[in-house]
Design a protein around this ligand. Structure first.
Ligand code: SF4
Length: 359
């Protein structure tokens, strides 16, 4: 059984990546480097891409950063997003520099002629705009109306920004409704999903450091994905952004919403354990991290439940009694001594991945 993912969102093209209108969720992250440091930013984008990032965002706080985007864009292959607050001149320069999307709230740009200039520039280059509603920076009038950030206040804010763009006949819109409070984010995203057919970019913003932030993000985004909501996502962690990609991939695997990642099944171990499974599972987790194929790999620690579980995976290993039984597509392919079972298993994983790449 797989989830019914919201299919009716309007497809929006970000560079060569389609966001929305499909049953897959695009993974994004944001650079932590200074954007004007082109070398460091490009290096970080390459690392993120290698980890599975599909769209990358950079902060554009000033003109130096906006100008640097051109050099960055020339050296990367995934779509580049400029994150801009208020200043329409930075937006215009970012567009001129060749970015694939801008994140700016049109209602914060100011005069209508300035908004118009940005929208016309986006139209001319087929660049979408992400409206980023954030509970932490909700406009004063909505805070006054509701007393504090509420889902309805966030929806009303989104409505206003969307209307500005629609009135200018601009529809390449992506919307985010971020909050660090999971319940608030859930409510805001659900309201947005009911109201708009534009793709939604999911985020539990400022969710925290690697461990707690990953769990909080997974809880929030998992709840939304289980409702079929979300076309693109960013895990926001106080950590190396590569970790954000790893977490996002794990979340999407849980919902079968990613087709270029391998999944590891490993047993929790118990009193029946016959091999030193925990370090082996950790090593395998790292080993399969760069596999860009939907292969399920299983490692189980005894001959009681192990073989049954290992059979279910595409490729499995059940250890015990000084040996390891290797399974492929439900059948035992060989039994090897425990000392060499991990190396043998890795060879079989490599062979399966190679076959997948060739077919
Ligand atoms: Fe215990 Fe075996 Fe199950 Fe692992 S597979 S948890 S060792 S019974």
């Amino acid at each position: 059984m797989s989830l019914t993912h919201r299919r009716n969102t309007r497809p929006v093209l970000v560079g060569d990546v389609v966001v929305g209108g499909r049953n897959k969720v695009i993974i994004q992250s944001m650079c932590t480097t200074k954007t004007q440091d082109v070398e460091a930013t490009v290096a970080q984008i390459h690392e993120l891409e290698e980890a599975g990032c599909q769209i990358v965002r950079v902060a554009v706080p000033d003109m130096e950063a906006a100008l640097a985007l051109k050099d960055i864009k020339a050296q990367i292959s995934i779509p580049l997003v400029a994150d801009i607050h208020f200043d329409y001149r930075l937006a215009l320069q970012a567009i001129e520099s060749g970015v694939d999307k801008i994140r700016i709230n049109p209602g914060n740009i100011g005069r209508t002629d300035r908004v118009q200039k940005v929208v016309e520039a986006c139209k001319a280059k087929n660049i979408p705009i992400r409206i980023g509603v954030n509970a932490g920076s909700l406009e004063k009038k909505f805070l006054k109306k509701y007393g504090y950030p509420t889902a309805m206040g966030m929806l009303e804010s989104a409505r206003e920004h969307v209307k500005i763009l629609e009135d200018l006949d601009f529809h390449d819109i992506i919307i985010s409704m971020k909050a660090s409070n999971v319940e608030l984010a859930l409510a805001a995203y659900q309201l947005a999903a009911e109201e708009f057919d534009y793709p939604l970019h999911l985020g539990i913003t400022e969710s925290g450091p690697l461990f707690s932030g990953s769990i909080k993000s997974a809880a929030g985004m998992g709840a939304l994905l289980s409702l079929g909501i979300g076309d693109t996502m960013r895990i926001s962690l106080s950590a190396d952004p590569v970790e954000e990609i790893k977490v996002a991939r794990e979340v999407l695997k849980s919902f079968n919403l990613i087709d270029n990642a391998a999944t590891l099944v490993s047993c929790p171990t118990c009193g029946r354990i016959e091999i030193d499974l925990i370090p082996i599972a950790a090593e395998l987790e790292k080993y399969i991290a760069n596999i860009k194929a939907p292969i399920t790999v299983a490692i189980l620690g005894c001959g009681v439940n192990g073989p049954g579980e290992a059979r279910e995976a595409d490729i499995g290993l059940a250890g015990g009694d000084g040996k390891g039984m290797l399974f492929k597509k439900g059948k035992i392919i060989k039994t090897v001594p425990e000392e060499v079972m991990l190396e043998e298993f890795k060879k079989e994983i490599d062979a399966m991945y190679k076959l997948y790449q060739e077919t």
